[in-house]
Each structure stands twice: as structure tokens, then as C-alpha cells.
Design a protein around this ligand. Structure first.
Ligand code: 2HA
Ligand code: ZN
Length: 270
């Protein structure tokens, strides 16, 4: 058996959550990440025996048998790199999603993030749209969060503002962002609402709370959040000032054509 600490998915996961912490997106125990792993990726590192079974409190039948690396509940991203085995876990979904079989990690007797419903339901929804999706990421970036206090929460309006803030935005997230109103976190209800919104965009803002992103790998997902957060930062720098210039819809269209991306239908004015 190889040392799991040397597995590419592990080193990349530890690097990424550390980077998220360093960006100020994950104060205290804020934020959570899940990465879908193929059993074939794990077999070199784990004998795949079940350490213990943990009930999930919801169903996700399409994910039965799938394995995920998931951050632990109550754990601090700043600490992950010093003790991955305590702060992270690898689970296999069984029993139509109702049970998580612990294969590795949560070494202090802990368990997966309280936001597992939003993660697994989003994985299930997103895999239908893109079978290559592997990552769901949640964090609390300050500028996006602040924007939800002063900007319309209409997904089209929110997206258009972000697209107008940096030239690269429409290229990076042509599918835009969807915005959920404030809801109680850690529940199946917010999980279902997030997953529904993941069907049309890879970014879902949780108003007055944070953001969810998804993608084929950690870089794509991190990059989506990073770009939207940068745009929100620009917005907050200018929101109180007279706007003399902007990126016009005709220019957003030029960008989409030049970079060969399809902007979310109906999000640009004719
Ligand atoms: O896990 O971010 O939304 C802490 C959170 C809950
Ligand atoms: Zn959160």
C-alpha cells in the first residue's frame, strides 16, 4: 500500500483548502469541500475496509457506491495541513445515500461537514449535466457576501453586475451565478435548493452566507470562486461612486464570441 498522504488527490486537497484559508474565505470552521474519487484512484492507498458507518439523514440514490474526500464538521481549514487525517475523511456512499461508510480519516471520531446534503445533492445534480464534475466547494468570501446586502438578489441582475466588473468574468463563468435568498444552512432544504440551482450554473450564491462552486477539478472550482469574488470586490469599490463607464452588452457579446463561450440565455440585453 502506498502512503495516502502522497496521493495526488490528497496533496491537492490539502493545498487547496490551505489556499482557501489564506484567501480569508474560511474563517474558523467556515467552508467545506467534497471531491469525488474513483475507487481505482483509492485502491493503491486504502484496503477499502469500512472503519464505521455514519447516517447521512438524506437520500442520494444516484451516488450509491461513489467515494468522496470530504472536510470534517467543525474542523478549521487552517489546521488541515497539520493533521489531514483528523480534519478530512474519505467516505463511500451506500444505502441509497442514507449511509456514509468511513474508509479513512475523521480520526478523532468526527464526521463529514454539516453541509453534506448540499454537497452530495449538488454532485448528483451536476453529474447529470456534466459527467466529468468531481468537486463541490463552499466558502465565505467577504466581497460576494457583502454584495448580497446591497445588490438585487435576482440571479440575472447579480450575474450581469459581476460580468460588468472584469473583462474575464463572462469568459470564466458564461453560465453566470444563481442566487439563493437567505435560508437556514446545514439542512436538506438548502441542499435541495442549491442542487436545483446547480443545474443551470456552476456558482450558487448563498445570500448573507457565502458561495458554492462546482467543477471538474479543484483548480476549475477554485478559479470560478476566485474570479467571481474579484468581480464582487471591484463592485464594492465602485458601488457608491458615479459609474462613468462599463462593459456594454455588445462588448460582452464580442468577448463570448471571441473566446467561444455561450453566455447564459437571456442574460444579455438585445
Ligand atoms: O461548515 O460553512 O455553512 C461551516 C459552514 C456551514
Ligand atoms: Zn458556510
Amino acid at each position: 500500500m502506498k502512503d495516502i498522504m502522497t496521493a495526488p488527490f490528497m496533496t491537492e486537497a490539502v493545498r487547496t483548502v490551505t489556499n482557501m484559508y489564506n484567501h480569508g474565505w474560511d474563517e474558523r470552521n467556515g467552508g467545506n469541500v467534497s471531491i469525488m474519487l474513483d475507487e481505482s484512484e483509492l485502491r493503491d492507498y486504502l484496503d477499502m475496509s469500512v472503519i464505521r458507518e455514519i447516517p447521512t439523514g438524506f437520500g442520494a440514490p444516484s451516488l450509491d457506491g461513489r467515494c468522496f474526500l470530504v472536510t470534517g464538521t467543525g474542523k478549521y481549514f487552517k489546521n488541515v495541513r497539520y493533521d489531514p487525517e483528523r480534519n478530512l475523511g474519505i467516505i463511500r456512499v451506500s444505502d441509497s445515500g442514507r449511509t456514509a461508510q468511513l474508509l479513512w480519516g475523521y480520526s478523532d471520531g468526527g464526521k463529514f461537514t454539516s453541509e453534506l446534503p448540499a454537497h452530495l445533492m449538488s454532485h448528483a445534480a451536476r453529474l447529470e449535466i456534466n459527467p466529468a464534475n468531481r468537486v463541490v466547494m463552499h466558502c465565505h468570501p467577504a466581497n460576494l457576501l457583502a454584495m448580497t446586502y446591497i445588490h438585487s438578489l435576482d440571479s440575472r441582475e447579480f450575474t450581469r453586475t459581476l460580468w460588468q466588473m472584469c473583462t474575464e468574468c463572462i469568459v470564466v463563468f458564461p453560465d453566470g451565478v444563481n442566487v439563493l435568498p437567505w435560508m437556514l444552512c446545514g439542512t436538506n432544504e438548502i441542499g435541495e435548493a442549491t442542487a436545483e440551482m446547480m443545474k443551470t450554473a456552476r456558482l450558487v450564491v448563498w445570500s448573507q452566507h457565502g458561495i458554492y462552486g462546482c467543477g471538474a477539478d479543484l483548480d476549475e472550482t477554485f478559479g470560478l470562486i476566485e474570479t467571481a469574488e474579484k468581480a464582487a470586490e471591484i463592485y464594492l469599490k465602485i458601488a457608491h461612486l458615479p459609474r462613468l463607464n462599463t462593459i456594454k452588452d455588445s462588448e460582452l457579446r464580442q468577448l463570448a464570441e471571441h473566446f467561444n463561450v455561450e453566455p447564459r440565455r437571456g442574460y444579455l440585453d438585445d
